[in-house]
Design a protein. Structure first.
Length: 85
């Protein structure tokens, strides 16, 4: 990401990665965020209904590895880039 900023003419580029676990009550809570709040939801909505159902089914299964007594604790990462122009 920092390299893109440098190529665009920015200077003093700093890139930080922050990793945290994101808490969700359950798979439906996870879907609420990612399907309504990210481009992923739009992309999935353009697929046939059978494909949408299969993607959601497999995602529910994959989420189980992060289940605990409080719901789901899913690893997440954000990248923050700051620079001067």
């Amino acid at each position: 990401m920092a390299e893109l900023f440098l190529k665009a003419g920015f200077t003093t580029v700093k890139e930080d990665r922050i990793s945290r676990k994101i808490h969700f009550l359950d798979a439906d809570d996870y879907f609420e965020l990612f399907l309504k709040g990210t481009p992923l939801g739009h992309s999935l909505s353009e697929e046939e209904e059978s494909i949408q159902k299969e993607v959601l089914r497999k995602t529910r299964l994959n989420l189980e590895k992060w289940r605990n007594a409080d719901g789901l604790e899913v690893p997440g990462e954000v990248v923050i880039v700051s620079a001067h122009k």
